[in-house]
Ligand binder design. Structure first.
Ligand SMILES: Nc1ncnc2c1ncn2[C@@H]1O[C@H](COP(=O)(O)OP(=O)(O)OP(=O)(O)O)[C@@H](O)[C@H]1O
Ligand SMILES: [Mg+2]
Length: 678
């Protein structure tokens, strides 16, 4: 693209780019020369304003023409210094990488052609000649194919009566590298001639000499190089005088006009001037063709660049939108230009506002914006220091967001703004902490179980001593009461220790096939009096026959007891505890993997549900429920549910909790049903 823009700048024709609002975004030196307006002044102005001011009555045609897709317009422009330029405008439309329209305006200064015409008319002043010359000029401006145009001009030149030209001639065009002349159009030449002169090397024959020396040559003023004295054109027309007229532009040689006159002209004959003026007209035709071709190439190239830019843009867009990290793209003024869908999803919860066009601090606040932009690293650096911050939603939800930002540069090294990458690491962080905690716990559990083992013996000693002393006391002795309390506290410590052992080193389950109904009934029996005290009704809704499952009865008792005790603790007053069960196969819709991750949908399972109408469990507590030592109670050890989980895992059984605050909690327990037993 840079290369392309350089090409525009060095183009000999005025080249102007305007954006979709008609504002000038590029204005090359040739445009400066035509309008007399320096680039820095033109940029940002409306092109139609300039045309209205400096164009000689062309604004109406200009504005009307702009509605067409590609249009040509011939008009006069008066530059600031008062010079008049005859300009041929060619305007082409395109679409940029953002989908906005833009225009390229080529302003081709053809004043010099008209100047040459004037010269020609002065020299060839006969009326018919003037008519012919005018026709030639009209032809040069026509929108016909190049070769056809050259043929028409050659035809017209051959009809100029004053020159006494024979009805034959040719136009040869200069090739580029290696230099040679190519016969482009001809009239009245024999096939032999056409063949012989189809390519003429530089400096050979009359045409080659005229091209090399850039002056008119003919047989009388020229000696051909050795080997060329029998030049085909000379041999072919012995009665004609062969004139070769160089066709030159202000920059370079473009070709040679070949004419055959009846008689040789004297060196300063005015007709030589006429021939040169005709060659000048031809140079205008060729130059215009070259410019048109250059324009076409540039437009095609530009359109190609745009298409590949658009393709590239689409590709990057699809990559960006499929990223699972959020991206915010800022311009150098810290305004948000774009945000990918993940970014929008993360931000919308915390900053539910339109992002585009606002600055980053308008969205996230000054402090956060500063933090985001402050953590900037060069893109090449691969070990970027990531930072994180808490986002708090209007509903009070807290999420941990990690971020990092990178500067954006264009290909020329100019700053384009910043890219901020951010991602919600709440879950990952929680998992990480949990893992850390688990590691810590397993070490603590190892040490603690060793200590607990040592504590057990002295505890037994304390209890035996206390009981021994108590036994020797008088029934009314008031020391009995504190001694009794010592024994009770020792009992409490012992329960805690055995709980702890169960957690730290759970015994291997001794499984037997049993109907869980029996165990549940035992446990309800155990808690019955406590439930009655606080007015909790226990509803056993188990079906009459449950499929038998393979479990350790003692461990299962612990499981249910813990769950029931927790429910009673949670209720702490009137309410219900309900126990239901069903085979998952009877109601598969209720037991999807989505709802209970980790269960095998294909496998026949027994699902047990223990519900309480207690206060429910808040989401942040729910996450920690099964962790050892997690408790919300002043007297709880927080081991109950962690033991439940360990036992269940030891049975390859699963447990899940669903709870709604103020409505109650449901504990789901899944056990494998052995099909062979059914
Ligand atoms: N049915 C329930 N309703 C409400 N909260 C519950 C329920 N079951 C458990 N919890 C919560 O889970 C926490 C952990 O329970 P867990 O059984 O592991 O320990 P605990 O009951 O606090 O102590 P421990 O069981 O060791 O005496 C409880 O402190 C309580 O906050
Ligand atoms: Mg408990």
């Amino acid at each position: 693209m840079q290369k392309l823009l350089k090409l525009f700048d060095s183009s000999p024709q005025g080249t102007i780019f305007t954006n979709h609002l008609d504002l000038i975004i590029r204005w090359n030196p040739a445009a400066e020369a035509i309008f007399g307006i320096p680039s820095q002044e033109a940029l940002g102005r409306k092109l139609s304003d300039i045309i209205a001011k400096q164009g000689m009555g062309i604004i109406d045609r200009w504005e009307k023409g702009l509605e067409e897709s590609d249009f040509h317009l011939l008009g006069e422009i008066v530059s600031r210094s008062g010079e008049r330029h005859l300009i041929e405008f060619i305007i082409s439309h395109g679409v940029d990488e953002h989908g906005d329209g833009f225009k390229i305006v080529f302003a081709n200064d053809i004043s010099h052609h008209w100047f040459r015409n004037g010269q020609l008319q002065k020299v060839v002043s006969l009326e018919t000649t003037i008519n012919i010359v005018n026709t030639i000029l009209q032809v040069t401006m026509q929108d016909t194919a190049f070769k056809q145009k050259l043929e028409m001009v050659l035809d017209l030149i051959l009809t100029i009566p004053r020159l006494k030209i024979l009805p034959m001639g040719a136009i040869l065009l200069a090739g580029k590298n290696p230099f040679h002349l190519k016969l482009k159009v001809h009239k009245g030449l024999t096939m032999e001639h056409v063949e012989a002169c189809s390519i003429v090397p530089e400096n050979t024959c009359y045409c080659g000499k005229a091209a090399a020396e850039e002056r008119v040559t003919y047989e009388g003023n020229f000696l051909l190089p050795p080997g060329w004295d029998d030049a085909p054109c000379r041999k072919l027309y012995p009665e004609a005088v062969h004139y070769s007229v160089p066709i030159k532009s202000s920059f370079r040689l473009m070709g040679v006009l070949v004419l055959f006159l009846e008689r040789p002209l004297t060196k300063d004959h005015p007709e030589i001037e006429t021939m040169m003026a005709l060659a000048n007209i031809l140079s205008g035709v060729i130059e215009r063709e070259e410019l048109l071709r250059e324009q076409e190439d540039l437009i095609t190239h530009l359109k190609g660049v745009n298409t590949s830019l658009q393709d590239e843009k689409k590709f990057s867009e699809s990559v960006i939108s499929s990223l699972i990290i959020g991206l915010l793209i800022l311009d150098p003024t810290e305004k948000i230009i774009a945000c990918n869908p993940t970014g929008r999803q993360i931000l919308s919860k915390f900053f539910p506002v339109e992002l585009e066009g606002k600055t980053i601090s308008e969205i996230v606040g000054e402090e956060l914006a500063e933090a985001f932009l402050g953590n900037q690293v060069a893109i090449a650096q691969d070990t970027a220091p990531r930072k994180s911050v808490n986002f708090i939603s209007p509903t009070g939800e807290i999420r941990l967001i990690e971020y990092i930002s990178f500067p954006r540069w264009d290909s020329a090294g100019n700053s384009l703004g910043t890219i901020i990458c951010f991602t919600d690491i709440t879950e990952a962080d929680r998992l990480h902490k949990k893992l850390e905690k688990m590691n810590r716990f397993s070490t603590i559990a190892e040490i603690a179980s060793a200590v607990a083992h040592e504590v057990r013996n002295p505890l037994a000693g304390i209890k035996a001593l206390a009981q021994g002393v108590e036994a020797g006391l008088d029934p009314q002795d008031n020391k009995r009461e504190p001694l009794g309390r010592i024994s009770k506290q020792v009992d409490r410590l012992n329960t805690l220790l055995s709980d702890f052992f169960t957690y730290a080193r759970p015994p291997k389950p001794r499984k037997k096939l049993i109907d869980l109904t029996e165990i549940i009934e035992n446990v309800t029996h155990l808690i019955h009096s406590r439930a009655q005290k606080i007015n909790v009704s226990i509803k056993n809704m188990l079906p009459l026959a449950l499929p038998e499952v393979s479990v350790d009865a003692h461990q299962m008792q612990q499981v249910f007891l813990n769950i029931f005790l927790n429910a009673l603790d949670a209720l702490n007053g009137p309410g219900t505890i309900e126990i239901t069960a069903e085979e998952t196969a009877l109601n598969p819709g209720n037991y999807s993997r989505e709802r209970f991750p980790g269960i095998n949908e294909e496998e026949p399972l027994l699902a047990l549900k223990i519900s309480d109408s207690g206060p429910g469990i808040a989401p942040e507590i729910l996450e920690n429920l099964f962790e050892p030592f997690f408790t919300t109670k002043t007297t709880g050890s927080g081991l109950g549910l962690s033991i439940v989980l360990r036992i269940m895992k030891g049975h390859q059984a699963n447990i899940y909790v669903e709870s709604i605050v103020n409505q109650g909690s449901n504990f789901f327990l899944f056990f494998k049903i052995d099909q062979s037993l059914k």
